[in-house]
Write a protein that binds this ligand. Structure first.
Ligand code: BGC
Length: 758
C-alpha cells in the first residue's frame, strides 16, 4: 500500500498544483520522480468513449459496446441488471486501459425538454438513486472507478455553462440531491463530477456548501471531485470550494495561479494537500486493477440486447401484439434500416457493431414477406413522395410496423428540445399509414417523451424502444413477436402536451438564471397535485400477461422511525404467458407540518412469474421513506402520525393501500425564536411545556376580550383562537398587553430562554 500522506509531503508545491489539473483531455498529471502514474478517464455513461489520442476531445473513439441509454436502463427498474451492465462496462474499461468511467448521470428530468434527458434516469430521485447504486456497484466491483455526474442541478442545456439554477434548499434536498446522496453514501463512487452551471448564484465548481459541506463532510464522500470538462472559472476559488481536479488539461496558467495563491497566502496549502491526497488515493487505487487484454464483444452485444429488452415499454396494445401469423409485413421508416440507438454528445459511442431492425424483424418473421418504405428523410425536409410510397406499401400488407426515430437535430446533448413533437413528416406519415392500414404498430426510438395525441388513437400499438443501444433491434423484434414479454415501465411521465409540464412557466430561464418555481412538484408529484390527466403515467407499462395484487400487509401497524417497516404484497400472474411485473411502493403522509407531495416512490421490486404463479414481494421502507427535509431544522425529519403505503402497478394504478403509524423518536433541536407562532410553540415539545399553561390562560383572556368585541361588532365573526394561533407569540401578546403584568418582550424572551434550555 502506498503511503499517500508520505507522498504528499514529498511533493513540491508545483507538483501538487500540477496534479490538480489534467495533463491532457483524459489523463491526470503523473509525477515520475515519485512514481505517481497518470489516471485515465473516459466517458460514460452507457458505453466507453475511449479516445485513442488522450489529447483529442472529440475524435473517433475506440470500438466499444453501445448499451441502451439511461432512459431505457431506468425503465427496466432492475437494479441487478444495472449491476451486470456495470461489470461489463468495467471489463471494457479494463481492456481499453481506462481507470475511471465518467458516469452515471443522475440529474432529475425536471422538464421533458432537457436535451440530455436521454442520459439521465428519471424524474424521481429514489429511482435514479437505486439505478446509480446498481451501476456504480457493478463497475467498481471490478476495480474500475466511476464519476457520478453532474453535481448538481444540471437539468437543462440552455446556457448550461453559466446559468444559475435557483433552487430552494428543501427542493434541492428532496428532489435534486437524493440520487447523488444515495449513490455516494451507499456506493462511494471514486469520483464525483461537478456540473457546469451555477447553483443559487455560485458556480458548482466553486460551491463550498455543495462540494465540501454536503458532499464531503455530510455524506462522507471519500474520492475526488472532478470538474465537468471546462467547468472551472477560477482555479483557486474552485480549490477552496472543494473541487479537487480540473479537467481537461493541460492548463499551465491554472497551475501557476495555484502556486502563486499559496505563496501569497491566499490559498491555504492544507487545502491543496487535501485535494492532492484525494487524487492520489484514487490514482493508486486504480493501479490495483491491471489493465489490458480484450473483452468479450459477443457476450456484451448479447447483454446489450437483453438490457434493451428489459427496458422497452409497451405503451398501447389493442391486441395486435404480439404479431402472429401475418404473412405480409410493411416495414416503414428509415430507422428500420439505419437504427437510431444512441444520442449525440459526450456519450456518443463507436459501437462494435449495430444490428439492423429490418433484418432482425425478418429473422423473427419466418416466412412472412417484409416490404420496406423509407417514410421520412434524414433531414428536416418534408417529402410527400416518401409518405405516398409508404401508404402503398402499408396498404398491400397485413400489418404495418412504423419505425419512428426522433432525429438528433431534435434531441442531443448541447441543446434542449423546443417541443415534444415528432417531425411534421413523421406525424403525417403515421396518420397516412394508419388511415389505410388499421393494423399499425408504432415503434419509437427517442430518449425522452414525445406527444402522441395527434395520432395515437389511430394506431393499434405503440412500443417505446428508446435509444436502445447497438443490439436493441433484436430485442425489439423479440418484443414484437412475443419472444420477450415486455416488462419495462416508464421512469418518467409522458404528458399529453408541453403546456401541461411542471416547469413550463419557469423554463428555460434567461438573464443568467432559471428559477425552479415548481419546487418539489416535478414529474408525477406535479400531476398528482394538479389532478391532471397525462398520456402515460410514471411507472406505467403494459405486458402480454396480467397481474393481480393481493393481501398487502405491513410488518407492524405501529413502527418507530429508526426501525422503518416492511411492506409485503402477493403478486400473481393471472395471464397465459410468463411475465415480469414492477411492483411500486409509494408513501403518502396524511398530515405533515410542511406541504408534501401527495405520494412519493420509496420502494420497488421487479418480480418474474410463470402463468398462475404467485410470489410475495417484500420491500423494506427505512426512516428516509417517511422523512422530509425541514429547512428550519436543517435536516431530514420524521413526524409522528399515520402514513398510507400505496402499492401499485404505476403512479396512477394503485392496487392496494395499507396504513401504518409512525412513532417519531429523534429529538429535534429547538428552533423557536421571536417570530415563532403560537402553533409552532405548541408543536415543539419544549415550547409546549413552557408555553402550554400560559396559552390556556391567555386563551381564556383573549376569548373574553374578543368575545365582548364580537358581541358589539358581529362583522368580526371569526374563530379567534385560529387567528391567534398563526400569530408570532410576540404579536399576540402585544395585542393583549393591557391584560399582562409584564412587557410582552420580556415574557417572550423569558420563554425562549426556558424552551432553549430544556
Ligand atoms: C459533459 C460530461 C462529459 C465530459 C467529458 C462534458 O461536456 O458534460 O458529461 O463527461 O464532457 O466528455
Amino acid at each position: 500500500m502506498t503511503d499517500i500522506q508520505a507522498l504528499v509531503s514529498q511533493m513540491t508545491l508545483a507538483e501538487k498544483a500540477a496534479l490538480c489539473t489534467g495533463a491532457s483531455a483524459w489523463t491526470t498529471t503523473p509525477v515520475e520522480r515519485l512514481g505517481v502514474p497518470e489516471l485515465l478517464v473516459s466517458d460514460g455513461p452507457h458505453g466507453l468513449r475511449r479516445q485513442a489520442d488522450v489529447h483529442a476531445l472529440g475524435a473517433e473513439s475506440l470500438p466499444a459496446t453501445c448499451f441502451p441509454t439511461a432512459s431505457c436502463l431506468a425503465s427496466s427498474w432492475d437494479v441487478d441488471l444495472l449491476r451486470t451492465l456495470g461489470v461489463a462496462l468495467a471489463e471494457e474499461a479494463i481492456a481499453l486501459n481506462v481507470d475511471v468511467v465518467l458516469g452515471p448521470g443522475v440529474n432529475m428530468k425536471r422538464s421533458p425538454l432537457g436535451g440530455r434527458n436521454f442520459e439521465y434516469f428519471s424524474e424521481d430521485p429514489f429511482l435514479a438513486g437505486e439505478m446509480a447504486v446498481g451501476l456504480i456497484d457493478g463497475i467498481q466491483s471490478k476495480g474500475v472507478g466511476t464519476s457520478l455526474k453532474h453535481f448538481a442541478a444540471n437539468n437543462q442545456e440552455f446556457q448550461r455553462f453559466s446559468i444559475s439554477a435557483e433552487v430552494d434548499e428543501r427542493v434541492l434536498r428532496e428532489i435534486y440531491l437524493p440520487a447523488f446522496e444515495a449513490a455516494v453514501t451507499r456506493s462511494q463512487p471514486w469520483t464525483v463530477m461537478c456540473s457546469y452551471n451555477k447553483l443559487n448564484g455560485t458556480f458548482a465548481s466553486e460551491h463550498y456548501t455543495l462540494l465540501t459541506e454536503i458532499l464531503k463532510k455530510e455524506w462522507g464522500f471519500k474520492g475526488f471531485i472532478v470538474s465537468d470538462w471546462g467547468a472551472v472559472r477560477n482555479r483557486v476559488a474552485a480549490l477552496k470550494g472543494g473541487l479537487d481536479l480540473e479537467m481537461p488539461g493541460p492548463q499551465d496558467r491554472r497551475v501557476s495561479a495555484v502556486v502563486a495563491a499559496v505563496r501569497a497566502g491566499e490559498l491555504d496549502e492544507a487545502v491543496l494537500d487535501e485535494s492532492v491526497r484525494r487524487i492520489l488515493s484514487v490514482v493508486f487505487k486504480a493501479q490495483e486493477t491491471p489493465k489490458g487484454g480484450t473483452f468479450d464483444v459477443d457476450a456484451h452485444h448479447d447483454l446489450a440486447r437483453r438490457i434493451a429488452g428489459e427496458g422497452m415499454v409497451l405503451l398501447k396494445n389493442d391486441g395486435l401484439l404480439p404479431l402472429k401469423g401475418q404473412q405480409h409485413i410493411a416495414v416503414i421508416g428509415r430507422s428500420a434500416e439505419a437504427a437510431h440507438f444512441q444520442g449525440g454528445g459526450s456519450s456518443h459511442i463507436n459501437p462494435t457493431r449495430v444490428d439492423v431492425p429490418f433484418k432482425e424483424l425478418q429473422a423473427r418473421a419466418g416466412d412472412a414477406e417484409l416490404t420496406y418504405a423509407e417514410g421520412y428523410p434524414a433531414d428536416n425536409s418534408f417529402k410527400q413522395a416518401l409518405i405516398d410510397q409508404a401508404v402503398v406499401v402499408a396498404q398491400a400488407a397485413d400489418v404495418a410496423v412504423l419505425y419512428i426515430a426522433l432525429p438528433s437535430f431534435k434531441e442531443s446533448e448541447g441543446y434542449d428540445r423546443t417541443d415534444l413533437d415528432l417531425t411534421d413528416q413523421q406525424i403525417a406519415l403515421i396518420k397516412a399509414v394508419s388511415k389505410v392500414q388499421p393494423k399499425t404498430v408504432v415503434v419509437l426510438n427517442n430518449g425522452a417523451p414525445v406527444a402522441m395525441s395527434a395520432w395515437i388513437d389511430d394506431v393499434s400499438a405503440v412500443l417505446e424502444a428508446w435509444m436502445m443501444g447497438q443490439a436493441g433491434a433484436g430485442a425489439l423484434s423479440d418484443v414484437l413477436f412475443g419472444r420477450i414479454n415486455p416488462s419495462g415501465k416508464l421512469a418518467e411521465t409522458f404528458p399529453l402536451k408541453l403546456a401541461d409540464t411542471p416547469a413550463i412557466g419557469n423554463w428555460p430561464g434567461g438573464a443568467g438564471s432559471v428559477r425552479y418555481g415548481e419546487g418539489l412538484y416535478i414529474g408525477y408529484r406535479y400531476y398528482d397535485l394538479k389532478e391532471m390527466p397525462v398520456l402515460f403515467p410514471f411507472g406505467y407499462g403494459l405486458s402480454y400477461t396480467t397481474f393481480a395484487y393481493n393481501n398487502a400487509r405491513v410488518s407492524t401497524a405501529t413502527f418507530k422511525d429508526v426501525d422503518g417497516l416492511t411492506v409485503s404484497v402477493d403478486v400473481t400472474n393471472t395471464g397465459a404467458v410468463f411475465g415480469k411485473e414492477v411492483v411500486q411502493v409509494y408513501v403518502h403522509d396524511r398530515v405533515a407540518g410542511l406541504d408534501r407531495p401527495h405520494k412519493e416512490l420509496k420502494g420497488f421490486a421487479k418480480v418474474a412469474l410463470e402463468p398462475g404463479e404467485t410470489k410475495t414481494v417484500s420491500i423494506k421502507l427505512n426512516t428516509r421513506a417517511f422523512a422530509f427535509y425541514h429547512p428550519e431544522y436543517k435536516q431530514w425529519i420524521t413526524e409522528a402520525g399515520e402514513f398510507e403505503i400505496l402499492i401499485g402497478a404505476s403512479a396512477a394504478d394503485i392496487r392496494q393501500t395499507v396504513t401504518a403509524t409512525l412513532e417519531a423518536t429523534r429529538e429535534l433541536p429547538c428552533v423557536l425564536d421571536v417570530e415563532s407562532t403560537l402553533r409552532e410553540w405548541l408543536a415543539d415539545p419544549r415550547g409546549r411545556a413552557v408555553f402550554g399553561p400560559f396559552y390556556a390562560q391567555i386563551g381564556a383572556q383573549a376569548s373574553a376580550m374578543f368575545g365582548a368585541a364580537q358581541a358589539s361588532e358581529p362583522g368580526l365573526g371569526m374563530d379567534m383562537m385560529d387567528m391567534l394561533n398563526d400569530m408570532p407569540m410576540f404579536s399576540a401578546l402585544l395585542f393583549m398587553q393591557p391584560m399582562l403584568d409584564r412587557p410582552a418582550e420580556d415574557i417572550v424572551a423569558d420563554m425562549l430562554k426556558q424552551a432553549h434550555s430544556r
